[in-house]
Design a binder for this molecule. Structure first.
Ligand SMILES: Nc1nc2c(ncn2[C@@H]2O[C@H](COP(=O)(O)OP(=O)(O)OP(=O)(O)O)[C@@H](O)[C@H]2O)c(=O)[nH]1
Length: 385
């Protein structure tokens, strides 16, 4: 049965049409008569179109989405609704090549480092940083004793030898077990060999290294790393980076607190609900009024400079990534990415023992969108699903 739409609904469809030029809805996208060009879609347009579509959906079809739609149900949503009353689930809003504004140079200072023995064997050092741009505790996970923070080792006014020990600014990889009896405190004499004066500490000159260190710049993902979500590959990427660095015996993971590509956990969870309606990861962000990717890498660049350079040469690194935005931003911040080391999803290749990690439809869809819409440098064996 044909449905006659009111004028306001037709106007809404024009907005949707301007956002999704591949999905005809009856008339061309609005033309800006004042400036004589086709109106470019923005996150605001995307929100308006979304609101209009929801309006149309509720007006012309009493439809309640299932509580927890599975991937197959997501596809079903678009077939059970009359074509003219739904927003296209694929809004081909082109995300900008890089939505990020490069901020002026950031100052960082390492507050503390501590040795972390790992369950997998071996150990690494965790460095906690403060910076001049935000109030978050960004971190570096460091493998290898030849990589040290200059700002950590720098003496602080008025600090005692114990202060230096407590913030991890001691020489070497580990402190000796000095306190066997809890009532007996370590004497300054016994710890002084670990407090080499700053001038005598080894120089952090990258040129002295045999090869540029392997580096990953990782953005926080509570869902992928802590609750093992299969919506994204973040958890396995962090594990993989740690495995590779452990095997090489050195490397740096800069762990940035930019959850949800910079929009925060709460907003990312909202985006997941939109993704359950069928919107992809880029459009879900845009519909919430965010950029596709709001991350900046100035703090990461400053942390890397602190760890691998004495300031005389642009620090050279090998970067574990598929994301060209990271490479471009780091180079704008004065780092040299000598080599990109790709991150191949575990389920795309068998492990050395020939075992295949099971595929997750939602993760593959996420990866496919990163390739198609976020310029990620991966050869995709993924089919649209
Ligand atoms: N907004 C949003 N953020 C997501 C989503 N899935 C993962 N993230 C966040 O994306 C960030 C990781 O980004 P990715 O695009 O997976 O990877 P990348 O760091 O850009 O690129 P690689 O270096 O190749 O791994 C983390 O901050 C995650 O919390 C999602 O669906 N929506």
């Amino acid at each position: 049965m044909a449905t006659t739409l009111p004028a306001s609904a037709v106007h809404s469809m024009h907005i949707a049409s301007s956002i999704c030029p591949n999905t005809p809805v009856g008339s061309p996208p609005p033309h800006d008569s004042q400036h004589g060009h086709i109106h470019q879609p923005t996150p605001t347009d995307a929100r308006k179109a979304f609101a209009s579509a929801i309006f149309l959906t509720t007006q012309y079809q009493a439809y309640t989405p299932p509580a927890s739609p599975s991937s197959s149900q997501i596809n079903d949503i678009s077939t059970t609704l009359p074509k003219e009353s739904i927003i296209p689930l694929e809004l081909n809003v082109e995300p900008p090549a890089s939505a990020t504004v490069i901020s002026p140079t950031v100052e960082v200072e390492c507050q503390v480092r501590a040795r972390i023995p790992t369950i997998a064997g071996g150990e690494m050092f965790l460095y906690s940083y403060k910076n001049s741009q935000d109030t978050k505790e960004h971190m570096a996970i460091v493998y290898g004793s030849d990589i040290r923070s200059r700002s950590l080792d720098r003496p602080r006014p008025g600090e005692t030898a114990l202060d230096r020990i407590v913030r991890g600014a001691y020489q070497g990889d580990r402190l000796p077990q000095l306190i066997n009896d809890e009532t007996q405190a370590a004497s300054l004499e016994s710890i002084s060999p670990y407090l080499m004066p700053y001038a005598m500490l080894p120089r952090h000159d990258l040129q002295a290294y045999h090869s540029p260190p392997l580096v990953r710049i990782h953005s926080e993902c509570y869902t992928g790393e802590t609750v093992h979500s299969a919506r994204c590959d973040c958890g396995e990427q962090l594990d993989r980076a740690m495995e590779l660095m452990q095997a090489e015996g050195r490397g740096i993971i800069v762990y940035l607190r930019q959850e949800g590509r910079g929009i925060g956990l709460t907003e990312k969870l909202k985006a997941y609900n939109l993704q359950d309606l069928g919107f992809d990861t880029v459009n879900a962000n845009l519909l919430l009024g965010h950029g596709a990717d709001e991350r900046q890498y100035g703090i990461a660049a400053a942390i890397l400079r602190d760890l691998v350079s004495d300031g005389s040469e642009p620090p050279q690194i090998r970067l574990l990534t598929n994301n060209p935005d990271k490479i471009e931003q780091l180079e704008k911040h004065g780092l040299k990415v000598g080599k990109r080391v790709p991150m191949v999803p575990r389920s795309w290749t068998p492990d050395p023992s020939g075992k295949q990690t099971p595929k997750h439809k939602e993760m593959d869809r996420y990866l496919e969108v990163k390739i198609r819409r976020m310029r990620h440098l991966l050869d995709s064996p993924v089919q649209d699903g």
